[in-house]
Design a protein. Sequence first.
Length: 128
Amino acid sequence: MKLLNRSALSIRPTQHFVDWVNDLEPTQGDDDLSLGDVERESTVYLIPEMDTPEALEGFVRERYLEILETELRAWEEDERQWPETLDWALFQRFLCFEYSYLAVDLDDEAPLEVAEVDDNLLLETDQD
């Protein structure tokens, strides 16, 4: 077990986010996703170590747009389908977060690896 020099931010969707996802491709009744379905897709971000709620709030406010775009892109790559205004109010309406001061790696066998993400691969869409 290894203590990481990071804190963790867990991002979960709200019902407003689920409604947006369902509106992307309208379905009938039971085919709609529920909040429970989408909550299983929560994302954990490793962030710099934080030791106060104020530091966390400041960090999230600085990086909310990057987080929001990542969460939207996970469900719809075509930015033309995204909400028109991506602001702090939308972040708060679409996402909620939980914070953990400590991040612990329980995998004693595989070392942590860092891989750079090629943003161009993430942004590949059909640009008509």
